[in-house]
Design a protein around this ligand. Structure first.
Ligand SMILES: C[S@@+](CC[C@H](N)C(=O)[O-])C[C@H]1O[C@@H](n2cnc3c(N)ncnc32)[C@H](O)[C@@H]1O
Length: 224
């Protein structure tokens, strides 16, 4: 029997880890704690929003959709978000969450601004040509232990997906697009991706660091 099982019940799809007692993994946008976070979300208290520099109609490509939480915050603040996820399992969980949310009147307006593609973002970036204002990258962090360890759904993802070892290629591909704001999320300590180009801005909180790169053409015009 394989360790992980994808199943469905009346609440939708979920992933179980038969080696763990942790609650199964689901993607959903209607958990009370997440709805409270969304209700408070703004440029001042959400670094994802500040680093993306959200505004209504901004076209964002989220290359690392995962459970769709960051994308949902951005869409809630008015961005049009295209999410890309390469794991079939994560794509299935997220697609299911989106379908359910589209029938929930608290979430439908936001999810109308979200779309999902099942693909490796590296190939999507290869053929995209300037249709996005912002490219957002949040690849899996290297695993931490103790108080720095991730919790909940992200802990599950860390076991299931592991580290995204091609993050450097993804950042390089994003930086090769022109006239784009590229935002890379990393752990607050360690896990840096070192290329021979430095971010123009860095925003930090206790857990995470958001690096902002402005690629040529937009670099001269943009400011934070
Ligand atoms: C840390 S999670 C993202 C969490 C997400 N920001 C959220 O708010 O739920 C990283 C996800 O990116 C996906 N991923 C990593 N590299 C990718 C790539 N090149 N193309 C598509 N998906 C990728 C992984 O499969 C994983 O689901």
């Amino acid at each position: 029997m394989s360790r992980y099982r994808l199943d469905k019940d009346e609440h939708g799809y979920f992933l179980s880890d038969t080696f763990s007692r942790q609650r199964s993994l689901r993607a959903n946008f209607d958990e009370p704690s997440f709805l409270r976070r969304v209700g408070r979300a703004g440029k001042k208290n959400e670094l994802v929003a500040k680093s993306v520099k959200v505004k209504p109609g901004l076209k964002v490509l989220d290359c690392t959709a995962g459970l769709g939480r960051d994308s949902f915050i951005l869409a809630h603040l008015g961005c049009d978000v295209t999410m890309c996820e390469r794991s079939s399992v994560l794509h299935c969980l997220l697609e299911d969450a989106l379908t359910r949310a589209k029938h929930d009147e608290r979430l439908a307006e936001t999810t109308a601004r979200m779309s999902l593609i099942k693909e490796d973002a590296l190939s999507l970036l290869e053929r995209s040509g300037g249709e996005f204002n912002v490219i957002y990258l949040d690849p899996m962090f290297p695993e931490k232990t103790g108080s720095a360890a991730v919790k909940g759904g992200m802990q599950y993802l860390q076991r299931f997906i592991g580290v995204d070892r091609d993050s450097e290629d993804l950042l390089r591909a994003a930086l090769s697009t022109s006239d784009t704001r590229v935002v890379l999320k990393r752990p607050a300590h360690g896990g840096l991706i070192k290329l021979n180009v430095a971010p123009q801005h860095v925003f930090k909180n206790r857990n995470s660091r958001y690096e902002v790169y402005l690629t040529a053409a937009s670099a001269s015009a943009a400011s934070t």
